[in-house]
Design a binder for this molecule. Structure first.
Ligand code: SAM
Length: 267
């Protein structure tokens, strides 16, 4: 059983790696984001500068904690500042559906589910990954649904049809590859699906301040910047959430986005 699982995971992985040969983040670990000395932001300041308020020294120590953090025994690769902002957003938006792209072992999905239950909300958490073998979420948990899908091809995936019956409002969190192409593809897919006022969070633009942007082809910050250049009226930045603890004091600089009502795009 284990051998079979390992074999199918290896086949899926090699297929995915072929398609995602620019993706350095298929197996997150404390080691795979290299912090470089003297790193600086390079993304043009659109919709505004992406530089975080972390100093390099604090960011380095903080990052080690983020990569080692667990929630109920499962890795939950989130900055505690962002977890607090997520809790605030969940309370304010009251999402009936939370879509997380990038499940890893399912720690963050469990966190979202627990928070919504503690708040008395009947929220369905849908967590999406292109690899299933690493997922440890419990089948007993009907409020969390795992969907196998590639973030680059959401329109062709099971998620596309699943979302047709997903209750509103939605909160969508992109936390998968962090490459430019994947972050951009998720922004593009959800511009057609989100309703005004619903939110999309593009995670981990912080890799730019960590000097790792080149490994992600410009990463989430380039995606947000180029998306805003091409489509200035689809999303607006929720500065209040983004800067809640200080300007861009978050792992998701300029990543807290609200779907506007300025333009409809048919799906
Ligand atoms: C940073 S981890 C997710 C961490 C998780 N959200 C958490 O906070 O604990 C990134 C995950 O994205 C998945 N992933 C990478 N590229 C993907 C893609 N193109 N489509 C779907 N999932 C992808 C990886 O398999 C990995 O499990």
């Amino acid at each position: 059983m284990l051998k079979l699982e390992a074999l199918s995971a290896a086949i899926l992985m090699s297929n995915n790696l072929e398609k995602h040969n620019a993706n350095p983040d298929v197996r997150p670990s404390a080691q795979n984001i290299k912090l470089e000395k003297g790193s600086f932001a390079t993304t043009p300041p659109i919709p505004r500068p992406f530089k975080s308020s972390f100093t390099p020294e604090i960011l380095k120590a903080y990052h080690a904690g983020v990569m080692n953090y667990t929630y109920r025994g499962l890795p939950c690769l989130k900055s505690p500042i962002d977890l607090a902002i997520y809790m605030l957003i969940i309370w304010e938006l009251k999402p009936a559906t939370i879509v997380e792209i990038g499940s890893f072992q399912g720690g963050a999905a469990k966190f979202y589910k627990d928070i919504t239950q503690a708040y008395g909300m009947d929220t369905q958490v849908i967590t999406v990954d292109f690899r299933e073998s690493q997922y440890r979420g419990g089948e007993e948990d009907s409020q969390i649904e795992f969907v196998l899908a590639d973030a680059l091809e959401l329109e062709k995936s099971q998620l596309h049809t699943r979302l047709d019956s997903a209750p509103r409002p939605w909160l969508v969190i992109e936390d998968s590859a962090h490459t430019f192409s994947v972050s951009y593809a998720v922004m593009e897919y959800f511009m057609k699906r989100l309703l005004p006022g619903e939110m999309l969070i593009i995670e981990d633009g912080i890799i730019e301040d960590q000097g790792g942007n080149w490994r992600y082809d410009g990463g989430p910050n380039r995606a947000v910047c180029e998306f805003f250049q091409k489509f200035p009226d689809i999303y607006e930045l929720s500065e209040r959430h983004n800067d809640f603890f200080g300007r861009n004091l978050s792992y998701n600089p300029n990543g807290y986005l609200v779907r506007t009502d300025k333009r409809q795009v048919n799906s």
